[in-house]
Design a protein around this ligand. Sequence first.
Ligand SMILES: Cc1ncc(COP(=O)(O)O)c(C=O)c1O
Length: 401
Amino acid sequence: MAFLADALQRIKPSATIAVTDKARALKAAGRNVIGLGAGEPDFDTPENIKQAAIKAIESGKAAKYTAVDGIPELKAAIAAKFKRENGLDYKPSQIIVGTGGKQVLFNALMASLNPGDEVIIPAPYWVSYPEIVALLGATPVSIVTTMENGFKLTAEQLEKAITPKTKWLIFNSPSNPTGAAYTREEVKALTDVLMKHPHVWMLTDDMYEHLVYDNFTFTTPAQVEPKLYERTLTLNGVSKAYCMTGWRIGYAGGPEPLIKAMAMLQSQSTSNPSAVAQWASVEALNGPQDFIEKHNKIFKERRDLIVSMLNQANGIQCPKPEGAFYVYPSCAGTIGKTAPSGKKLANDEDFVSELLEAEGVAVVHGSAFGAGPAFRISYATKTEDLEEAGRRIQRFCGNLK
Ligand SMILES: Cc1ncc(COP(=O)(O)O)c(C=O)c1O
C-alpha cells in the first residue's frame, strides 16, 4: 500500500508469533495441537512478585508516571544484581529500564546505527536482531555457526566478518534459538578479537543467563574482558528467569552517553515502563531466588527427555545444549522425503508445516532463524505434552517415505 512507510519493505513479521497464531487457530477449530513455538516459561510468576505488584497498586505507588528510565529503587536493584551476579559496576546513570528487553534492544540500536552501518549477528539468531537492524537502514551481517561447533561463533569467523563499517557484535548466550551457551574461554576468544578492533562494540543479550544446566557457569563479556566494559551494552531482563514475559520489563547497563541517548528516545516514545511491573521487578531481583533452581531442575529434565526422543526419530539429529529452554535439531535427514499428504519436503518450512498438518505439533522452522534445515522446539511446556509431542514427531518422521 503506497501510504505505508518504505521502511516496512525491509522487515517481515515474527515467524515465532506466526507459528503460535497458526497453532491457536487450529486449536480453535477443534484440532488437538501441541504448541512448542512460544518462547516463554509455562510457570506462573512467583507469588512474592505478584504480591509486590498488588502492594504497589494499593499503596498508590503505581498510579503516576515514573522517571522515564526507571524508578530509583529498581535501578538500585539492577545495579546490585550486576555486582552480585556478574561482578560489574554500573551506576544508576548507566542503567536504563524499558518495556521488555526488546524495547531496550530497539532503543540501543536506534540510538547508535546509521544507514550503512554493519551489525554482526551469529546465526541461528533471535529473529528480532536482523529485523530491527534492517528497519533502521543498517545492514545485518549474519555469520552461520554449525552444529559441529555447538552453534557457537568462532574467533576466526568473527575476525573475518569485521569491516570498517562494523558497529556492533550482537552476542546471545544462552542462545535463542539453539540453547548454546559460551564458556568463559569461548567468550574470551571473541572478546580478544574485539580488543583488536576498537571501533566495534559488544551488545550482549544475557536474557537467558539464569537458565543453564549441568553446573554450567554463565559469564558475560564485560566480566570476562574488563577492558571491553567501555564499549559493551549488557542487556538483561526479568521475562524468562522470573516467569514475567507478560509484565514487560527489561534493562541494560552500559556507557552513560549511550544510556542517556536511549532514555531520550524512550522519552519520546513510550516514556516509563509500567510502574506496577517496575515495582514487581524490584521484588524479583531483591527477593528470594530459590525458585529459579527449582524451575531449572524441571527444564533440565525436559531438555534431556526431548533431546533423547528427537535423536530416536528418523532423519533428526539433536545436540544437547547448555541452556535456555530451546533445542535446535537438524531435519536434514528428512529433506527430499514425502509426507503423508503426498507433499515432498523441500526444506524445513515444509517439514514444520507438514508436521503441524499431520500430527498437530507446532514448531518453528530453522530458516526463520537464519540457519537450516532445522527447527526450534521450546520445551517450556508441560512435560506430558512434550513427551506426547516427541512421540508424534517420531511417528511423523517414521511415516516419511
Ligand atoms: C534472546 C532474547 N532476547 C530478548 C528477548 C526479549 O525479551 P522481553 O522483551 O520479553 O523482555 C527475548 C524474548 O524472546 C529473547 O529470546
